[in-house]
Design a protein around this ligand. Sequence first.
Ligand SMILES: Nc1ncnc2c1ncn2[C@@H]1O[C@H](COP(=O)(O)OP(=O)(O)OP(=O)(O)O)[C@@H](O)[C@H]1O
Ligand SMILES: [Mg+2]
Length: 307
Amino acid sequence: MSSSSVPNAKPVKTTDLHIGAAEPGCKKRDPILVIDNVSRSFGGLKAVDVEHLEIPRGAITALIGPNGAGKTTLFNLLTGFDKPNTGAWMFDGKPLAGVPAFKVARMGQIRTFQLTKALALLTVMDNMRLGAKGQTGENLFRALIPSLWRKQETANEAKALDLLARFKLDTKKDDYAASLSGGQRKLLEMARALMSDPTLVMLDEPMAGVNPALTQSLLEHVLNLKSEGMTVLFVEHDMQMVRHIADWVVVMAEGRVVAEGDPHEVMRNPAVIDAYLGQHHDEDIGEDSDEQTKHVQDIKELLDDER
Ligand SMILES: Nc1ncnc2c1ncn2[C@@H]1O[C@H](COP(=O)(O)OP(=O)(O)OP(=O)(O)O)[C@@H](O)[C@H]1O
Ligand SMILES: [Mg+2]
């Protein structure tokens, strides 16, 4: 995303989220997620190794870090799409380790994917229906009483239409998801996530691959989630966007949390630049390396801006 697509109006930041020094694993005043000793290895590689991490409720937290830092793997673990080798975590006071993905979603912790998972061969409306909580047929008693599930169907449809209108997808409700642009699919994924009235919305690179014409509205949607009382945890590489909308930033590198803080402070932390540079110190190739250098440059520009 180019910096020009970041609006001038400054969103209201939520502050005073942590207790004590802003350091990796620091306590939050009101955490919605509390993670302890969560690790996941692939062969010899420890993709995630998080000792302690708390995500503040009612705020927007950005999870940043170089490619391969373990951000998506951590999302997969926390949402039940993958199983950790060790560890436990609590969502809203309830232990979640071992809880399958569909139950995690029903409990109010919902996520979107780095590569969108909108079901291409279903219509936009059917994708929305799949996002609804308490599907008919799941509960035998309800399924046996048509008036109950019809009522729910009608309510779901009305809610879907309302959300689609907010995301400017209402005119596409009968189109196959396959016919949408990449950005529209990201919007559909976010709209679908909201069908289940989540408490915590986890977005894995919501802006990646989105055409600049749509980034503005996506960004506003993310801010709206917070104003409607939801907690947001999102992965993003665009530092401008992180600084603009995040209340809190968690930095991962090589599976670990290496820094935490508010977006202005955290970018000044040498551990953050190290995280982006460190990975490619002794490697000498590739687009990744160019990309990391760009991230470091972005951070430096942001710091210059603030001076
Ligand atoms: N299913 C898997 N099998 C083997 N290795 C994996 C698997 N999933 C992830 N990894 C490895 O784990 C590490 C962390 O990957 P992950 O996708 O979590 O990183 P990321 O921080 O999301 O990166 P990006 O910013 O590129 O999306 C990487 O080295 C990756 O190659
Ligand atoms: Mg990822």
